[in-house]
Design a protein around this ligand. Structure first.
Ligand SMILES: Cc1cc2nc3c(=O)[nH]c(=O)nc-3n(C[C@H](O)[C@H](O)[C@H](O)COP(=O)(O)OP(=O)(O)OC[C@H]3O[C@@H](n4cnc5c(N)ncnc54)[C@H](O)[C@@H]3O)c2cc1C
Length: 521
């Protein structure tokens, strides 16, 4: 295992699609250190199943992808950012193919799947339902050919270092449990999402909102945190992780059934099972509430579809469910919604600049405004790719002479996992699920904020990685709940029963939090 050096030109925190793509761009301009807090294969990118969207088929147009993205975003997308995404996406994907990414094909032609709220078949996929893993494999293979890039695993970034108002490096908890500083000309936070904020999530354990929390502590602007996408269909079985059952299954014709075996989506939305994710997630919550079962679930039903095709198209989902004794071609799959994707994050412009000089952000940790109030399915791998490349390009152009400083990180930490950190994390997760989840109220949000405020003191001064994660989850949770309380309307993925309608006059704006202030701009 490689260890992080004490100085470099560029630090990239994160080895998912955004971080790896940025690093490739940066390698031509200087030394790049890519940090991953666990193995390189631990990221949301690795779990992405359904695919990556781009207007590349003969029947598609960039303008249609643009319009579908704006429609899903419910009035809050930044149209300029969406334009960059859909216009640059196809070229970034062609590049991925050149670097060896094996997307699925029909004969020699790329195969395009369909997902909810897309007006065309435009989702590229790989090995059926392992798209993220294949993209990450190809990006990592490319990274390994570039000698300027060092990828350091099990190095946990704890905080940003600031000098004269400029981000000039990071502090990390290294593999030996010691705190260490790295100086750099610029830092990119590509640290991914925060699904672990909730007791039920599709996200792997690394998704603890570290980037957002450390940027907030350093004084950066954080935006749109109230918009958390809950995926409607995660496997729901005792003792099984909340494994994602991709939207592409519904794209292939799967039905949702309640415990009376009735299809319920047609009564909630004209697009039935292919309605936007927030609509499907809330419809499921409604069905769970009206069910008389002691442990209610709803079901995903593929039994009317061609079993051989399903096995071939979704091999990972098929084999994972089989491990839990469910043959998805002949049996119904019990499901519930789970936290899935953060639309908000570190506020950036179109060149990945945060509000702090020297700090850049890309991928799920960033809020470019591309997803507005709700992300269109399969747009996030594309966002990581397009804005990761853009971040690398811009950072290269803005390279400054490195200011080496005297090192001050001295306190020794330890990598031992503390059980009180685990208990604190569970408390945060259940408060967030109960009060700041799929269906929200002002009273519930206030209660969650109150509970989180009471936990604050015991989370200060973390001594190990898990305790840092608990503190970061706590900070991210406060940001989500505060923004959700301030947005007194319902829009996209943010739904409040006390304010069930849009309020365009007051809230056709982005929430921005900096230190203790929240504003809508
Ligand atoms: C189950 C699942 C299915 C999905 N399916 C799709 C899909 O089909 N299509 C789609 O477009 N999107 C999908 N998504 C969303 C998409 O995968 C993510 O939004 C995207 O991959 C995020 O990429 P990223 O590079 O920003 O972050 P990630 O891929 O999450 O990478 C984050 C990196 O940051 C590192 N890191 C985090 N904190 C620290 C720290 N403190 N110190 C050091 N390193 C740190 C991690 O170790 C990791 O390497 C899915 C997500 C999940 C969970």
């Amino acid at each position: 295992m490689k260890c992080a050096p004490s100085e470099t030109d560029f630090i990239v925190v994160g080895a998912g699609v955004a971080g790896l793509r940025a690093a490739i761009e940066l390698a031509a301009a200087g030394r790049v250190v890519v940090l991953a807090k666990k193995e390189v294969t631990d990221s949301n990118t690795q779990w992405a199943q359904g695919g990556i969207a781009a207007a590349l088929s003969d029947e598609d147009e960039i303008g249609l992808h643009y319009q579908d993205t704006l429609n899903a975003g419910d009035g809050l997308c930044n149209p300029e950012a969406v334009k960059v995404l859909v216009e640059e996406g196809p070229a970034r994907i062609e590049e991925l193919i050149e670097w060896g990414t094996q997307f699925d094909r029909n004969g020699t032609k790329l195969a395009f799947g369909r997902e909810g709220a897309h007006s065309r078949n435009r989702i590229l996929h790989a090995h059926g339902d392992s798209t993220g893993r294949e993209i990450a494999r190809a990006l990592y293979a490319k990274v390994q050919t570039l000698t300027n890039i060092s990828v350091c695993e099990f190095e946990f970034t704890t905080d940003l270092q600031i000098n004269d108002g400029r981000v000039c490096g990071i502090q990390l908890l290294n593999q030996q449990g010691g705190l260490q500083l790295i100086d750099a000309s610029a830092v990119l936070l590509a640290s991914g999402g925060l699904g672990q904020l909730y007791s039920s999530t599709t996200n792997p354990s690394v998704a603890t909102g570290d980037g957002v929390a450390m940027a907030f502590r350093a004084g950066a602007e954080i935006s749109d945190m109230e918009f958390i996408q809950f995926h409607p269909t995660a496997l729901y079985l005792q003792k099984a992780p909340r494994f994602l059952l991709s939207e592409a299954l519904r794209g292939e014709g799967a039905y949702l059934r309640n415990d009376a075996m009735l299809r319920f989506m047609p009564k909630h939305h004209p697009m039935a099972e292919l309605a936007p994710r927030d609509v499907v997630a809330r419809a499921i919550v409604h069905e769970l509430e009206v069910s008389r079962a002691s442990e209610p679930v709803v079901y995903l039903d593929l039994t009317h579809l061609d079993g051989e095709h399903i096995k071939k198209r979704f091999p990972r989902i098929y084999s994972t469910c089989l491990q839990y004794n469910i043959d998805i071609t002949t049996e119904l799959i019990p499901i519930r919604p789970a936290a899935h994707y953060a639309m908000g994050g570190i506020r950036t412009d179109l060149q990945a600049h945060s509000s702090l000089p020297g700090l850049y952000a890309a991928g799920e940790a960033a809020a470019t405004g591309v997803h507005g109030a709700n992300r269109l399915a399969s747009n996030s791998l594309l966002e990581g790719l397009v804005f990761g490349a853009e971040a690398g390009h811009v950072m290269r152009g803005e390279l400054r002479t490195l200011q080496t400083r005297s090192k001050t990180a001295s306190t020794n930490a330890t990598n031992n996992v503390a059980s009180d950190a685990e208990a604190n994390i569970r408390d945060i997760q259940s408060s967030m699920w109960q009060g700041a989840g799929i269906v929200r109220t002002g009273a519930g949000l206030k209660q969650t904020l109150h509970k989180l405020a009471h936990m604050q003191d015991k989370l200060e001064h973390p001594k190990n990685r898990r305790a840092w994660e608990a503190r970061n989850l706590h900070t991210s949770g406060m940001l989500v709940a505060k923004s959700a309380l301030a947005r007194e309307e319902s829009r996209g993925a943010h739904y409040r029963t006390d304010f069930p309608a849009h309020d365009d006059k007051k809230f056709l704006k982005h929430s921005v939090i900096k230190c203790d202030d929240i504003a809508f701009i």
